[in-house]
Design a protein around this ligand. Structure first.
Ligand code: SF4
Length: 246
C-alpha cells in the first residue's frame, strides 16, 4: 500500500471500513502533525519509555454497522498516539470508556492497549483529526485536510447511523458540514454546541433521521475541574443510545 498524500487522499475510495482504517494509518498529508506525532513517539514520556509508540494516524474504532457515533477532537500525544487506538491509554479515555460501559456501549470499562479485549457495542468512535496535534490544537487547515477521511468514514457507516454524540465544540464545528454533505439537513440558524444540546436532523437521502447530541469534551481540563462529571456524560450517552435504539 502506498502512502496517501494530499490531495491524493481526498475522497479515499475504500470499499470497507476496515480498509479505510488501514489506509488512514499511512497518511502523511499534514507536515506539522507528521513531525509532531513522530517526535513524541521518539522522545516518549518517561512513564512510557518502555513502550513502542504508535506515532501514526489513529483510525476510528467500532463496527461498520454502528448506530451511534462518538466524535472527539484528535488523538492525545501519549494516549492514542502511543497505543494506536483512539482514546486508549490516557485519562480522557478512562472517563469516556467508563461512562460508555456504564450505559451498555462497551463490554468493559477500561482501555489500556490495543489488545485489551475492548469491544464497542453498536457504536463507533472517531475524530475529525486523526493525528495528535501540539497542545491538542489542530489548525483549521489540518482539520480541512483530514476531512476526506471523516467524509469517507461517515459514508461507510451512514446506512445504519441513527445518533451522534460530539465531544466538544471543535468536533461540532467540524462535523456539521460533513453531515450536511451526507444528506442530513442542518437547521438554520445552525444548532449551537453546548453540553446536552440535542437536535434531530432530517435526512434527504434514503435512511433515517439523525439525532445529534453535544457533550463537553472528556479532556482533563473539563473532568478535573468538574465541568464534566461522569454522571453528566452518562446522561448524554444514555439519551443517544436510546435515540439510536441500542
Ligand atoms: S491529520 Fe489526517 S490528513 Fe493530516 S496527516 Fe493525519 S491522517 Fe493525514
Amino acid at each position: 500500500m502506498s502512502a496517501p498524500d494530499w490531495p491524493r487522499h481526498a475522497g479515499p475510495a475504500a470499499p470497507t471500513l476496515a480498509d479505510l482504517d488501514a489506509r488512514v494509518t499511512e497518511c502523511r498529508a499534514c507536515p506539522r502533525l507528521v513531525e509532531w506525532r513522530e517526535k513524541v513517539a521518539r522522545e516518549k514520556r518517561a512513564a512510557f519509555r518502555d513502550w513502542e509508540y504508535w506515532g501514526r494516524p489513529v483510525p476510528g474504532l467500532g463496527p461498520p454497522d454502528a448506530r451511534l457515533l462518538v466524535v472527539g477532537l484528535a488523538p492525545a500525544a501519549h494516549g492514542g498516539n502511543r497505543t494506536g487506538r483512539i482514546f486508549t491509554g490516557d485519562h480522557s479515555g478512562d472517563v469516556l470508556y467508563a461512562a460508555m460501559h456504564a450505559v451498555g456501549l462497551t463490554n468493559q470499562p477500561t482501555a489500556v492497549h490495543r489488545d485489551d479485549g475492548l469491544r464497542l457495542i453498536g457504536t463507533r468512535i472517531t475524530a475529525p483529526v486523526k493525528c495528535a496535534p501540539p497542545e491538542n490544537k489542530p489548525t483549521p487547515t489540518e482539520r480541512d485536510t483530514c476531512r476526506p477521511w471523516l467524509d469517507a468514514e461517515i459514508e461507510l457507516v451512514r446506512r445504519s447511523l441513527r445518533a451522534v454524540v460530539v465531544l466538544g465544540g471543535f468536533g461540532w464545528q467540524a462535523l456539521l458540514p460533513v453531515l450536511a454533505d451526507h444528506g442530513w439537513t442542518i437547521p438554520r440558524p445552525r444548532p449551537r454546541f453546548g453540553h446536552g444540546a440535542h437536535v434531530e436532523l432530517a435526512s434527504v437521502r434514503p435512511g433515517g433521521s439523525l439525532h445529534l447530541f453535544g457533550s463537553y469534551h472528556v479532556s482533563q481540563q473539563n473532568t478535573f475541574t468538574g465541568k464534566l462529571t461522569p454522571a453528566m456524560l452518562e446522561e448524554v450517552l444514555a439519551a443517544a443510545a436510546r435515540a439510536a435504539r441500542l
